[in-house]
Design a protein around this ligand. Structure first.
Ligand SMILES: Cc1cc2nc3c(=O)[nH]c(=O)nc-3n(C[C@H](O)[C@H](O)[C@H](O)COP(=O)(O)OP(=O)(O)OC[C@H]3O[C@@H](n4cnc5c(N)ncnc54)[C@H](O)[C@@H]3O)c2cc1C
Length: 175
């Protein structure tokens, strides 16, 4: 934007401090996207579980066949790991959003990427039923996808995390 005039009483912060405000907002919003990913992944796992326990093949529930049990358990594990990281980042963002920016970023990438994997596995477990237009799982699959792009794409966040890692190398270990 060029030559934009903002009346003084429309300003939401001090002149010249806009970038810091933006970063604080980003740190908080990234945790909210992580939280949304955990919820979405949980809902997808619930759908897959409902299907895999009800559907029987070769005299057994799908949930006990081949690689399906491991797939379901891996989803559960990834959801709980994402949830723990999201709570940690949320607590840090509540204390000081800027100081906890790296944790918000780690939670955002970790939870959204985990959500993508969980929803994909859920569709796989549900077979053709996972592809029905208008079904819950089809909607979850679509809704999970943009989370890895908005509020900072995975690649861009990883790049800034790597810069921090290198910058802090030799100082106290980043936590
Ligand atoms: C549903 C939705 C809601 C959105 N809401 C908002 C909003 O409210 N406010 C807002 O401002 N924006 C919003 N966005 C925009 C969003 O922030 C951008 O789409 C996002 O930052 C990616 O930018 P881009 O689409 O221009 O892709 P590009 O920047 O063109 O990136 C394309 C690809 O290249 C990769 N890439 C880009 N730069 C690098 C790099 N330096 N190193 C490695 N890889 C890189 C990206 O990771 C991505 O995979 C929204 C987007 C979506 C999909």
């Amino acid at each position: 934007m060029e030559n934009v005039r903002v009346p003084l009483d429309h300003r939401i912060g001090e002149a010249g401090a806009g970038f810091t405000l933006m970063l604080q907002t980003l740190a908080t919003f990234r945790v909210s996207v992580a939280g949304a990913s955990v919820g979405l992944a949980e809902a997808a796992l619930r759908e897959a579980l409902g299907h895999a326990t009800e559907r029987e093949l070769f005299g057994k529930p799908l949930a006990r066949l081949g690689g399906v049990p491991a797939s379901l358990a891996t989803c559960w594990m990834e959801i709980e790991m994402a949830r723990a990281m999201t709570y940690r980042a949320a607590a840090a963002a509540a204390r000081d959003p800027l100081a906890g920016m790296h944790l918000s970023s780690i939670a955002k990438v970790g939870a959204t990427e985990a959500c993508g994997r969980v929803v994909d596995r859920a569709v796989q477990v549900m077979g053709r039923f996972g592809l029905v237009r208008g079904s819950n799982i089809e909607r979850f699959y679509r809704e999970a996808r943009p989370m890895r792009i908005y509020e900072g794409s995975t690649e861009v966040i990883l790049d800034s995390l790597a810069k921090k890692l290198v910058k802090d190398h030799g100082a106290e270990a980043p936590r």
